[in-house]
Design a protein around this ligand. Structure first.
Ligand code: ATP
Ligand code: MG
Length: 186
């Protein structure tokens, strides 16, 4: 089985700014530079032939290059804090690409949940239980103090990524890269 997701990679030029935003993290496990990404859709675990079908469907997507704007930090979770992230602006192009990716995955037979897309780059994770009490308060305060964070980059491709979950955190492997085009197509 292949655990996989579709994402926009964070360029090496922007990673240092994001790592700087991790500075002073009061709790949780920081995400290493090589794992930083903006998820477009989490696909789950599937047999290889299904992932190949998804790959072919993703290859058909014609979507324009876009500027991705990162704005402010957030602490996600109900009560507990599951993760700290940098929010991305949901531009029209990003929303369309998210919809195209989900449509492609569904065409390939995947049953994806119809949840609202909240684009973000996770910069710290707090384990399966999440952080509570004092740690949760500190993490929310940390995110609030960095509300002024701004960065942007040009996305020229998106990737299909395999995820290996391990004791010391996940590791990711790019399975395929799909170019975004300069042409506006519908
Ligand atoms: P770990 O689960 O060990 O903390 P991870 O979340 O980075 O590691 P995966 O669970 O394989 O690794 O997830 C890969 C990517 O997909 C991550 O960006 C994660 O936030 C996102 N993701 C995982 N599950 C979901 C889900 N149910 N809905 C939306 N995004 C998800
Ligand atoms: Mg996970």
């Amino acid at each position: 089985m292949i655990r996989c997701f579709v994402a926009i990679s964070i360029p090496k030029t922007v990673a240092p700014q994001i790592l700087a935003a991790q500075a002073g993290l009061p709790a949780g496990r920081p995400v290493p530079a090589e794992n930083l990404h903006l998820t477009l859709a989490f696909l789950g675990e599937h047999p290889e032939p299904v992932v190949e079908d998804v790959h072919h469907a993703l290859s058909e997507i014609r979507s324009p290059c876009m500027d991705v704007q990162l704005e402010g930090l957030d602490a996600f979770g109900n009560g507990r804090v599951r993760l700290v992230c940098i929010r991305a602006v949901l531009s029209e192009n990003l929303a369309r690409l998210n919809a195209s990716v989900k449509q492609a995955a569904r065409l390939a037979g995947l049953n994806l949940p119809r949840e609202k897309y909240v684009p973000h780059v996770t910069i710290a994770r707090c384990g399966s239980k999440g952080a509570s009490g004092e740690d949760a308060l500190k993490l929310r305060d940390f995110a609030a103090r960095k509300a002024g964070f701004r960065a942007s980059f040009r996305a020229e491709s998106f990737v299909l990524v395999r995820s290996y979950l391990g004791q010391s955190g996940p590791s990711y492997e790019d399975l395929a890269e799909y170019p975004l085009t300069w042409l506006q197509t519908s």
